[in-house]
Design a protein around this ligand. Structure first.
Ligand code: NAD
Length: 267
């Protein structure tokens, strides 16, 4: 299976390359693509990672990457991911998208591309978070709106979108469990004279700082008790491994929009 990475110079892109080079198991890294301005452009990706030469240099030539690869893995930025989905459809190549913070229009671009090719889109590639999504939906289904739902997330200082895609997915799972639409109940932030909390609201709060890999907690706060369901990622290689698992799952799949639960067999 030939894999290309889009966003190959980034934190996740480098981590995914490391995972494929160190443990190929039938996979081969054939291209790694980043912005033309990347300071790593032209460097052999294996040498950048201290793993020795691989013959794959970081380039800005995404068309060549779409030509060479069977599956592409995208960890870039929302506008780029929407463009990459259109290119995947055009080239008939499978695409794993891990980028978060996509607008509804950018998500629609992924859905459109998925009519022509296999796309897997997941805000979080870890087993634990995908199990947590199911558990949160189940707990939300069991409790009525006497239990206030709050989602808290914490990430490192470099993260550019908020709330995290995972926090939004957890809130969406809670809303689905409760049988409501998240858009109608989500309170993304609170500031100033907010008045009392409305029953049924799903609140979000965000921490940014240091090198936190990713913490998420969903709290169901009743009268006299609270249930807290939490996930803490301590190593981002977890997400890289998940992305490669997703690529292995997606290779050869018919067109459609897949999720991480499909790749992990949790559906
Ligand atoms: P990063 O900024 O370190 O890396 C992003 C890379 O993409 C950069 O090198 C940048 O130059 C490149 N890029 C941006 N636009 C591009 C374009 N048009 N063409 C080619 N390259 C382009 O960020 P990161 O920490 O690696 O995270 C990337 C994304 O992945 C973020 O949205 C983040 O939230 C998400 N993420 C998802 C998961 C998951 O499990 N799904 C896990 C961690 C991070």
């Amino acid at each position: 299976m030939k894999i290309a990475i889009l966003g190959g110079g980034g934190r996740m892109g480098q981590m995914i390359a490391r995972d494929i080079i160190a443990d190929p198991r039938g996979a081969q890294l054939v291209a790694s693509v980043d912005h033309a301005q990347s300071p790593l452009l032209g460097r052999d990706i294996g040498e950048v990672l201290g793993l020795g030469a691989t013959g794959v240099a970081l380039t800005a030539d995404r068309d060549a990457a779409f030509d060479k690869a069977d599956v592409l893995i995208d960890f870039t930025a929302p506008p780029a991911s929407a463009e990459h989905a259109a290119l995947a459809a055009q080239h008939g190549k499978a695409l794993v998208v891990g980028t978060t913070g996509l607008s509804p229009e950018q998500e629609a671009a992924l859905k459109k591309a998925a009519e022509k090719t296999a796309i897997l889109y997941a805000a979080n590639m870890s087993v634990g978070v995908n199990v947590l999504l199911s558990v949160v939906a189940q707990v939300a289904k069991m409790l009525d709106d006497q239990y206030d739902i709050e989602v808290f997330e914490a990430h490192h200082r470099h993260k550019v979108d908020a709330p995290s895609g995972t926090a939004l997915a957890l809130a969406r799972a809670a809303a689905a469990g409760r049988g409501v639409k998240l858009d109608e109940v989500m309170v993304p932030a609170r500031h100033g004279y907010t008045g009392p909390r409305k029953p049924g609201d799903i609140g979000m709060s965000v921490f940014r700082g240091g090198d936190v890999v990713g913490d998420h907690t969903v709290t169901f706060a009743g009268t006299g008790e609270r249930i807290e369901l939490a996930h803490k990622a301590s190593d981002r290689s977890l997400f890289a491994k998940g992305a490669v698992t997703a690529a292995r799952f997606l290779a050869g799949k018919p067109p459609g929009l897949y999720g991480m639960k499909d790749a992990l067999g949790l559906s």
